[in-house]
Design a protein around this ligand. Sequence first.
Ligand code: CDP
Length: 209
Amino acid sequence: MSARIIAIDGPAGSGKSSVARALAAALGWSFLDTGAMYRAVTLEALRHDIDVHDEGAMAELARRVTLTTLPRVTINGRDVEDEIRTDEVNVAVSTVAANPLVRTQMVRRQRDFAAAQPLGTVVEGRDITTVVFPNATVKVFLTASLEERARRRGEEGAASVARRDDADTTRHASPLRQADDALVLDTTGRSVEDVVEEVIECLKLKTLS
Ligand code: CDP
C-alpha cells in the first residue's frame, strides 16, 4: 500500500502550518511544510545575487541545492529556519513560486519525501491537493477572513498577505484553488485542536469506507 497523505492548501495565515503540524503529531505521521522549501530557495537566490526573475538560473538553483525542512529548515547545510520568514523573502517568494521550472523541482522533492515515510505525511502548501497529491487520502482547503489571517501573520501586515494571496491565486503555474473534493474549513475564530479533530474524523471516514 502506498503511504497515506493528508493534503492541505490555503492562503497565507489560514492556519495550514499549525493544523498540519498538530495533525502529524496526533497521528504519528511526518509533516512537510512546502512553503518553507520555496522560501529557502528564494533566500539562497537573494544571498548569492541570483535574479529571482531569471527563470533558468532559478531552475538550476532549485535543482542543485540540498534542502531539508525537518527538524530544521536548511539549505546547503545552513540553518535558515528564522531567515526564511523575513520581509525580504516575503516580497520575493511569490516570483520564485510562479516559476514553473522551480515548481517541477519542488514537486519532485515533495513526492520523494512522502514516498519515503513509513506511515503517512501531512503536507501543506498551495498546490498540494490539486497538483502534488491529487489522490491524497484527505484533501483540505483552509480559509479565514483577511483580517484574522493578517493578525496571525503579525509583522508581515495585511497588505503583504493580500499581495501574496493575489500573486498565488492569479499565477499561471499551479495557482492556489480549491480542489473540487476538498473539505473546505473556515478557521476564523476556531482553535487548532477543533480543526484537527474535524480532519481526523474525515480521515476515519475515508479509511473505514
Ligand atoms: O506561511 P504562509 O502561508 O505565509 O506562506 P508559506 O506556506 O510559507 O508559502 C510562502 C509562499 O510560497 C507562498 O506565498 C507561495 O507563493 C509559495 N508556495 C507555493 O507556491 N506552493 C506551495 N506548495 C507552497 C508555497
